[in-house]
Ligand binder design. Structure first.
Ligand SMILES: [Zn+2]
Ligand SMILES: [Zn+2]
Length: 353
């Protein structure tokens, strides 16, 4: 049987369906797995996403995009292909795309993680014949601690800074990572300040029913109160005049890449918190096994290593060359203007509006 999904110059293309999944160039019809910049681009004629992702996409791409949202698990038909979306556990509204045509099932994962978190629907394994998986952290060295232990570390660091009268600044991607950190903060420690790029996404999350602690903009708080505050800001403001108001602050960076000492050093921050919205190595293996797919196609990340590993497990494995970036490396790269994408083989998305 011919492949249901192939790579074209514009993106992943569903051949019988005549539509794209997360295309990197403008197309007529796009199914979007989630609203990170490298997966959700502007300029498509029509968008389809999970219902819970519609307002995130509008917030990032504009209120006027033509978009339909469908509930997780609901089926629609397009050119004889049954399309359904299933939670990917990555960020609010993220989904895996299930495609069924003439009895054959393909699933494109988008970005995913298997550890549940409080800001989005948990990853759901979907059985299929062919699974297209991401591999951002597809090396055996990547193993995450449970998120609560990372939140405990962040709160302890914040508490210590607040006791010393020093503001705490966390650099994190403004969509997804920022809200996940917020969900784990102990608001009793002090005020929580969000950068203007983060706050609009907080509103979308709260409107979707995600419980986040109260946050304020920096213009709403006086200098004295800032000394016990935690500030969540995109990495792009690191070293900018915006930071001056915080005086003698302590800074940190939250990303899976913080597992690497070199990445921490290059960030030049006081602390690195290893918190990722992508599956670690055991998570990738668990997810792949749960699909029961005999064929696996690996995209953005450690393609060669994953393909070799999966073949040793007896799977029919190969890679797709895509133009997806790496949301966590994007945030890291923006922090120091350098290429922070260890293991990434694709161009970085520079804007994090
Ligand atoms: Zn992503
Ligand atoms: Zn991605």
């Amino acid at each position: 049987m011919a492949d249901m999904v192939v790579v074209r110059k514009d993106g992943l293309y569903c051949v019988p369906g005549g539509f794209y999944i997360d295309p990197w160039r403008p197309v007529e019809r796009a199914v979007i797995t989630h609203a990170h910049g490298d997966h959700a681009r502007a300029g498509h004629g029509h968008y389809l996403s999970a219902a819970s992702g519609v307002n995130v996409l509008k917030s990032r791409l504009g209120q006027n995009i033509r978009i339909d949202g469908i509930e997780y698990g609901a089926r629609i038909e397009h050119n004889g292909v049954a399309i359904s979306l299933h939670p990917a556990g990555h960020v609010l509204g993220s989904s895996q795309v299930r495609l069924e045509h003439k009895g054959e099932v393909w699933v494109a994962s988008g970005d995913y993680k298997v550890e549940p978190d409080r800001t989005c629907a948990p990853f759901e394994p979907v059985r299929c014949d062919t699974f297209i998986t991401e591999s951002t952290f597809g090396l055996p060295i990547y193993r995450w601690q449970p998120e609560q232990s990372i939140f405990d570390d962040i709160n302890a660091w914040w508490r210590g800074n607040a006791a010393a009268g020093r503001c705490s600044v966390v650099f994190a991607y403004s969509f997804g990572k920022a809200q996940r950190i917020l969900s784990g903060l102990d608001a009793a420690i002090g005020p929580i300040v969000c950068h203007g790029a983060v706050e609009p996404l907080n509103r979308v999350y709260r409107a979707a029913g995600v419980n986040l602690p109260p946050t304020v903009l920096v213009t709403d708080i006086d200098k004295q109160a800032l000394r016990s505050a935690i500030v969540i800001a995109p990495p792009s403001v690191s070293g900018s005049p915006w930071m001056k108001r915080f005086g003698d602050y302590s800074d940190s960076f939250a990303s899976g890449w913080m597992l690497l000492r070199g990445a921490r050093r290059r960030r030049g921050v006081d602390r690195g918190f290893v918190l990722s919205d992508h599956a670690d190595w055991p998570g990738l293996m668990t997810a792949i096994r749960a699909t029961e797919a005999p064929r696996v196609i690996v995209t953005h990340g450690s393609i060669a290593v994953m393909v070799r590993w999966l073949r040793q497990l007896g799977l029919d494995a190969s890679g797709f060359d895509t133009e997806y970036g790496d949301d966590e490396a994007e945030a890291a790269a923006a922090a120091d203007g350098a290429d922070g994408a260890e293991g990434a083989n694709t161009p970085l998305e520079k804007t994090d509006a």
